[in-house]
Design a protein around this ligand. Structure first.
Ligand SMILES: *Cc1c(COP(=O)(O)O)cnc(C)c1O
Length: 379
């Protein structure tokens, strides 16, 4: 089955009770038992719920995995992965990581005795000098936020396998439409379903997919014992979103490509970050491991201060100033004051997250309207 069919049919079945084509919202915490322990496979909704299970199965299908699990948020899904570790274990993580992941790693798990190394992975071999007998997990995010750096998943996976280290990939920015990390050798793929998979900015939800049964059992144990599950209503909405992922992504990518080229040629724009440019670092890797270049575009303004940049943002009418990404509507963010505000300015400048950097989540509106909005704001 091809991807565009899987989003609609992959591991998805009509409801067993009445044949409903769309899986109903099973808003129940518990299930009748004919005798103690005798039931239809569902005993308590933290452990298993048909609405959540429908989403988990579909998720596994579109990531070419076997076992899916859905959590109350992307962060809860990441938290479950980290609970596979024990004190003393070491993690090698991408250096320009999603802010929430960085916070979870350094402010929670470091205090539990897990050691983190944050490494520039644009060159996969950089990882090698950080590996020792305690390394238990490699954590990568590609493309990264907000500079859209690309990491070669297959190359990192090769290193991870050589040393028998678990490899997890945060696939949120790409979505399974563009990139399937399990096929490239990753052990765990993680999503903030809140973003492209949900796609309508109406739920906060996370997911994991794996192929290995033993690993799936460990993650299920953590999910069930810690309890960071998603509710049935949110699972229903996420599955509804998932079914149109491929058509939305196609338009996100087309629109982002036009926006990136428009910005590249604009006299007020300094740098444009979009992995589709041939001279973009690791463009060849992006071309190899991604179907297209995604819906995110970041750019910096020429000779603009923090205040001038904010002023430009405030002129935008269609691009809504907001956190998050991946919904049908176009959003704009200012990393220096929003997502990356907790990083000191000197550190931000070193990473390339300058005060004049603007991040766009290009939506699926008519491209002429989007370009016109950017054009009037920049002038
Ligand atoms: C949003 C996001 C997360 C966290 O997901 P939530 O659903 O907000 O908890 C993790 N990684 C990336 C790349 C994200 O964009």
């Amino acid at each position: 089955m091809k991807f565009n069919t899987k989003t609609i049919h992959g591991n998805q079945h009509p409801d067993k009770a009445y044949g409903a084509v769309m899986p109903p919202i099973y808003q129940t915490s518990t299930y009748i038992q004919e005798a103690p322990g005798v039931h239809k496979g569902y005993a308590y909704s933290r452990s298993k719920n048909p609405s959540r299970e429908a989403l988990e199965n579909a998720l596994a299908s579109i990531e070419n995995g076997v076992y899916g699990s859905a959590f109350g948020s992307g962060m809860a899904a990441i938290d479950a992965i980290l609970k596979l570790l024990k004190p003393g274990d070491e993690v090698i993580a991408t250096n320009d990581l999603y802010g929430g992941s960085y916070r979870l790693f350094t402010q929670q798990y470091e205090t539990y005795g897990i050691v983190f190394h944050f490494v520039d992975m644009k060159e996969a071999s950089h990882i090698e000098s950080f590996i020792n007998e305690k390394t238990a997990l490699i954590w990568i995010e590609t493309p990264t936020n907000p500079l859209l750096n690309i990491i070669d998943i297959a190359a990192v996976s090769h290193i991870a396998k050589t040393h028998c280290i678990l490899l997890a990939v945060d696939n949120t920015f790409a979505s399974p439409y563009l990139q399937q990390p399990l096929d490239l050798g990753a052990d765990i793929v993680m999503h903030s379903i809140t973003k492209y998979i949900g796609g309508h900015s109406d739920v906060v939800l996370g997911g994991l997919v794996v192929k290995d049964e033993a690993l799936a059992k460990k993650l299920y144990f953590i999910q069930n014992s810690s309890g960071a599950i998603c509710g049935p209503q949110d699972a229903f909405l996420a599955l509804r979103g998932l079914k149109t992922l491929h058509v939305r992504m196609q338009r996100h990518c087309e629109n982002a490509k036009t926006v990136a080229h428009f910005l590249l040629n604009h006299p007020k724009v300094d740098r444009v970050y979009w992995p589709g440019f041939e001279n973009f670092p690791n463009h060849k890797v992006a071309k190899k491991q991604m179907k297209d270049f995604g819906g995110m575009v970041s750019f910096s303004l020429k000779n603009s201060t923090y205040e001038e940049t904010i002023h430009v943002l405030q002129q935008l009418k269609l691009f809504t100033l907001a956190e998050s990404l991946g919904g049908v509507e176009s959003l704009v963010g200012h990393p220096a004051s929003m997502t990356h505000a907790s990083i000191p300015k000197a550190e931000r400048d070193k990473l390339g997250i300058v005060d004049s950097l603007i991040r766009l989540s290009v939506g699926i509106e008519d491209i002429e309207d989007l370009i016109q909005d950017l054009s009037q704001a920049l002038s």
